[in-house]
Ligand binder design. Structure first.
Ligand code: CA
Length: 229
């Protein structure tokens, strides 16, 4: 099996070099781009399985890079953000990033996050059937494709995981912390990550995202999936 490919888009040479070295040591094939336009071009030519994307880049910034990538691909994106820059983080998640790591981080921490995202985007978790159906929704974990009334849904890896988890457990209310743990694999984390992904998912699976009928808010708790009747 070919090595999985990771594109690192980061202008700070020391960070890019240490991230690339760590990921190569883990067996990945890694290419680095040093600014936004070069990053977009790299993703086109290299066709990575995952992208590590810094937010502060010369040329075009990471948010714009993410927007351009998402226009044509659902490849997983992990953003590198300045610590505490919540606006950037939420913007990145809105634009379809799958995960983020706050600077400063250790290369080991990033490598763990890469493994987690790839594992989640690469196949079904053990307790969920490979093929789930719910009314017009069909979720095929083997092919990593979700359709609604036969139309493919353009979901990021995390959105796919979140939808699969909720549809597999209809009627159960989950807190944001529960979902961070089950879907993201985080024991601690930022609950707004879940809120943002729920909002994006509603836009893709609900007839009217402002009046959801399937992915319901449970006030004071979190969310639950209403099975199709
Ligand atoms: Ca930077």
């Amino acid at each position: 099996m070919d090595a999985r490919r990771i594109a690192v888009i980061e202008d700070e040479a020391t960070i890019a070099a240490s991230v690339a070295a760590r990921l190569r040591a883990e067996g990945f094939e890694v290419e680095v781009a040093e600014d936004g336009p070069a990053g977009v071009e790299l993703c086109r030519s290299f066709r990575p399985d995952l992208i590590v994307l810094d937010l502060m880049l010369p040329g075009i910034d990471g948010l714009e890079v993410c927007r351009r990538l998402r226009a044509r691909s659902d490849v997983p994106v992990i953003m590198l953000t300045a610590l505490g820059a919540e606006t950037d983080r939420v913007m990145g998640l809105e634009l379809g990033a799958d995960d983020y790591v706050g600077k400063p981080f250790s290369p080991r921490e990033l490598a763990l996050r890469v493994d987690s995202v790839l594992r989640r985007s690469g196949g079904p978790s053990s307790d969920v059937p490979a093929l789930l159906t719910d009314g017009p929704l069909v979720i095929d974990s083997d092919r990593h494709v979700a359709t609604r009334a036969g139309e493919p849904l353009a979901l990021t890896a995390r959105e796919f995981d979140l939808l699969r988890f909720l549809v597999a457990h209809p009627g159960t209310a989950y807190t944001r912390e529960d979902l961070l743990q089950h879907v993201w694999g985080w024991t601690i984390g930022d609950r707004s990550t879940v809120t943002v992904h729920v909002r994006r998912l509603r836009e893709k699976v609900e007839d009217d995202p402002r009046r959801p009928e399937r992915l319901l808010t449970v006030w004071g708790v979190g969310y639950r999936w209403e099975a199709s009747s």
